[in-house]
Design a protein around this ligand. Sequence first.
Ligand code: BV8
Ligand code: ZN
Length: 242
Amino acid sequence: MVGRELRLPPLPAGPVAVLCGAGLAAASGVPTFRGPAGLWRRHRPEELATPAAFARDPRLVWEWYDWRRGLIAGCRPNAGHRALARLAGSRPGTTLISQNVDGLQERVPPARPLLLHGSIWRLRCAGGCGRGEWEDRRPRLPELPPRCPDCGGLARPAVVWFGEGLPAGSWRRAAAAASACALFLAVGTSAVVQPAAGLIDLARSAGAVTIEVNPEPTAAAVDHRLVGPAEEILPALVAALV
Ligand code: BV8
Ligand code: ZN
């Protein structure tokens, strides 16, 4: 912590679960959803990240994702991602749970976060021809909207849109981790989007110590708030946890 000593609350022994939000990637240059830079051509994410928006104008939705993919391709993991990777690699029983689709945490081994909302680097067939998801890491796609290689129908980003259910396996494992942890960290999330934000309450009701890491206090009911940027707080917090 440059200039300011970080005062940490008592940290329990036992498993740790971490819920990561867009704020974790802010220092890498990825715009958050509800921050000033969250707008694209005057559209809010909640308007574009929906099945209805895609059905209405798949090209517009794909232009937004293609722009984000191009932007994220130029971003690198930051000290916050590296601290969480250190935690995952050094403290047994650590579970990283991410709402982010940017793929940045996955670039810092050994962290393999549970992806609640999918990945912007994966696509799937929107026509339901049965082809499984596939990865495409090209920063800008040659054709918008992209097509399914098997049936030639529309492809869609393999992310969870508003109104869609979360991947059952990831959700089940995330809820299990939140219910069994001794310490739950909510990092860089406005704790607005459900059911992800509900993991904080689940952990707290199961007896975990809950800590929020965010420059802006949120409405989340937590035991402690470490007010500041994740890229500064997490290295010091993880040093006290491993
Ligand atoms: C579901 C993938 C049911 C896409 C995302 C009314 C109508 C319809 C639905 C609802 C409704 N009311 C509630 C709902 C449910 C809805 C919801 O929660 N809506 C919200 C807006 C109220 N949820 C859903 O629809 C979910 N599905 O409920 O389905 C169902 C069940 C079974 C079967 C069928 C259906 C699906 C939600 C998933 C949506 N997809 N992403 C894409 O990315 O394109 S959500 C999106 O928001 C991102 O994933 C993002 O990560 C996530 C959460 O946002 P945050 O991460 O918290 O980011 P945010 O910008 O909000 O905040 C950033 C924070 O960082 C701030 O607090 C800031 O202070 C802080 N920060 C800034 N800098 C830093 C920092 N912190 C630390 N360090 C820094 N340096
Ligand atoms: Zn197909």
